[in-house]
Design a protein around this ligand. Structure first.
Ligand SMILES: Cc1ncc(COP(=O)(O)O)c(C=O)c1O
Length: 286
């Protein structure tokens, strides 16, 4: 069994698999080629932001939901020149980062409040946010900043997404493994992390970072960096100019979807719940 979404098999690979009688294409992180439909509200806003003259057409009000039209106007007003095809600030458009920071604050505030009975939200500063073209470029950027030789180690969970081991190798660092335990629901034993850390140090490796995938997947969070480190990250981000604006808009929509009472709310919830319950059903099958 392998994933169509991670790579498409060559004929040779398929021949080598001839002792198997069936190929099951899995939805691993790339669901759309396997039939999952995009969320309508997201696509409506993206379409309107990219083809702005639609906003001046009267037919648009019959074809697009009211909240998608309102959101497109709000977002376009945050983009300099309303130009979705232009470069942006290297960290991402400030208005979109404001929306995302507010949503992180509300989400993590609620989670922390539930866990600790605290009343305060968890502060998220839009100036600390870097919007990237997905998780992979952000991981590469961090590895490039953290690794200068094989003496720089990254504590990385096992099992992991191959992106992490590959990018550590690509940037010439050392992967220092720590192991998750399936028997405890993929739990983490701190004593195991400490043991791996000490073993790496005894080999002269300086551990620079710890990869944490949950909670936070698929959005990355790096916390506790000082202003001078933030400046270095900004410098690195500026070398790549900026992430694509459609992706930035989509990130803001995912973090701030339709709310109860909005025109799209019922269809958004039905689509979202349909995807989540289908994933839960298939996770049980495997
Ligand atoms: C833990 C983890 N890291 C990285 C990625 C790659 O993310 P992206 O496609 O945004 O680059 C994924 C994708 O599902 C993931 O689950």
């Amino acid at each position: 069994m392998f994933s169509k979404s991670l790579y498409f098999p060559t004929r040779k690979k398929l021949r080598n698999l001839n002792r198997f009688w069936q190929i099951i294409y899995c939805n691993i992180g790339n669901p759309h080629p396997l039939g999952q439909l995009p969320i309508k509200f997201f696509r409506e806003v993206l379409a309107l932001c990219d083809h702005t003259s639609l906003l001046d057409e009267s037919e648009t009000h019959g074809l697009f939901s009211t909240d998608a039209i309102d959101r497109a106007w709000k977002i376009l007003d945050q983009i300099p020149g309303r130009a979705s095809g232009a470069y942006s600030h290297s960290q991402g458009i400030k208005g979109l980062r404001d929306t995302i920071a507010a949503a992180i604050e509300a989400r993590d505030g609620d989670t922390i409040a539930a866990a600790t009975e605290a009343r305060d939200g968890f502060p998220a500063d839009p100036n600390d946010l870097f919007l990237t073209d997905g998780a992979s470029p952000a991981v590469h950027m961090m590895m490039q900043l953290l690794i200068s030789s094989e003496k720089d180690g990254i504590l990385c969970l096992i099992p992991q997404n191959p992106l992490y081991s590959a990018s550590i190798t690509l940037h010439g660092g050392s992967l220092v493994p720590y192991y998750l335990d399936e028997a405890t629901g993929w739990g983490l034993e701190i004593s195991n992390v400490k043991k791996q850390l000490e073993e790496a140090r005894s080999k002269g490796i300086t551990v620079r970072a710890l990869v944490v995938i949950n909670p936070g997947n698929p959005t990355g969070q790096v916390t506790g960096f000082t202003p001078d480190v933030r400046e270095q990250i900004y410098k690195m981000a500026s070398i790549n100019l900026c992430s694509n604006i459609s992706g930035q808009i989509l990130a803001s929509l995912i973090m701030s979807p339709p709310k109860p009472g909005d025109d799209s709310y019922d269809s958004y919830m039905a689509e979202r719940d349909g995807i989540l319950s289908s994933m839960a059903r298939r996770a049980k099958v495997s």
